[in-house]
Write a protein of this length. Structure first.
Length: 330
């Protein structure tokens, strides 16, 4: 049976001001198993940052409970801190310090002996493609190198679970893709469970085994990227024909496909949605051949995580409008 690395039950956080209370997180329930890479997504003000801060002991919950890396979040926060790594969005390196010094100093704060700290750090530098950077000042590193150094600092005490807050924000596309490869290897090479927040849908799609979507302080959806995409409305299929007679025939055939939406005919084009385009399309094409109908073009569009997010929350993940949660937390 898999080991559970995070078990959250009814976790809540209320911010109190002079005039009113804001329930930023309204009782979130979820689990993360050992070895998973789990993405935590939510629009600004949804409670994502507040939840992350609670799970990493940076903010005390108002209610509920959670077990994080084997320790009770409320009863043993020190035990949680010893067992997790945390990489903040803004990073934590001193621009003037040398990269190796930062790693060793960070490990020493966990009580790790200097020699062991250096050995752990050098191994991480090799695994994260930071060879030759040990004596470089942090300010001389590229954006991607600095981000990998941040991750090395979060791993130097060999935690079983690491939290990554917006790991690739501000990186160019090539550096982002390189970082994704390294994040994937945290699980495969180091057996580290990864819990990450991101504003990039493609990042969540590529990296994550499962995704949790939070909105208005509650988990509104969770599942694998493919499971979430299937909930939207299935695949979108567009067929082009050389004449309108064919569209009438095909529209009638589509109406008999299991799970298909009512077809829309626009000129010589037929559009519809179906739960699984890859399975439905061969059946449809076979029926078209029997009716002596040929398509001049076929397109199948799978829903994206952007579609999922808009469907679940009614908002874009990159909505810059800050909600009540962020204002209350400020």
């Amino acid at each position: 049976m898999p080991e559970t690395m995070i078990e959250s039950r009814g976790l809540r956080r209320v911010y109190r001001t002079k005039k009113h209370e804001v329930e930023a997180v309204r009782g979130v329930d979820f689990t993360v198993e050992r070895g998973e890479i789990v993405g935590f997504l939510g629009p600004n003000g949804a409670g994502k940052t507040t939840t992350l801060r609670m799970l990493t002991t940076l903010l005390e919950p108002t209610g509920g409970e959670a077990i994080v890396a084997g320790s009770d979040l409320r009863l043993d926060p020190v035990g949680v801190r010893r067992s997790i790594g945390y990489v903040a969005q803004s990073g934590s390196t001193d621009p003037e310090a040398r990269a190796g010094e930062e790693i060793v100093d960070h490990a020493r704060m966990y009580g790790i002996e200097a020699g062991t700290a250096r050995g752990n750090g050098e191994a991480l530098f090799e695994q994260l493609d930071l060879d030759g950077m040990w004596d470089r000042q942090c300010k001389t590193l590229s954006g991607g190198q600095r981000r990998r150094l941040d991750i090395a600092m979060g791993l130097v005490h060999q935690p079983r679970l690491i939290f990554l807050d917006e790991p690739s924000t501000g990186l160019d596309p090539q550096s982002r893709a390189n970082l994704w490869e390294h994040i994937g290897r945290l699980r495969s090479d180091l057996d580290t469970t990864v819990f990450l927040t991101t504003h990039y849908m493609d990042e969540a799609d590529v990296l994550c085994d499962r995704i949790l979507v939070i909105d208005d302080g509650a988990i509104v959806a969770q599942g694998t990227p493919d499971e979430l995409k299937r909930r939207v409305a299935g695949d979108s299929v567009v067929l082009d024909f050389g004449d309108q007679r064919s569209t009438v025939v095909v529209a009638e055939l589509v109406s008999h496909l299991d799970g298909a939406t009512d077809p829309a005919v626009e000129g010589t084009q037929v559009r519809f949605q179906v739960p699984d385009g890859a399975s439905a399309l061969p059946l449809l094409l076979r029926s078209m051949v029997e009716r002596d109908v040929d398509a001049t073009g076929v397109q199948v569009h799978r829903p994206t995580l952007d579609d999922v997010f808009l469907t679940m929350t009614g908002r874009s993940l990159r909505d810059e409008d800050q909600g009540a949660t962020d204002r209350a937390a400020a």
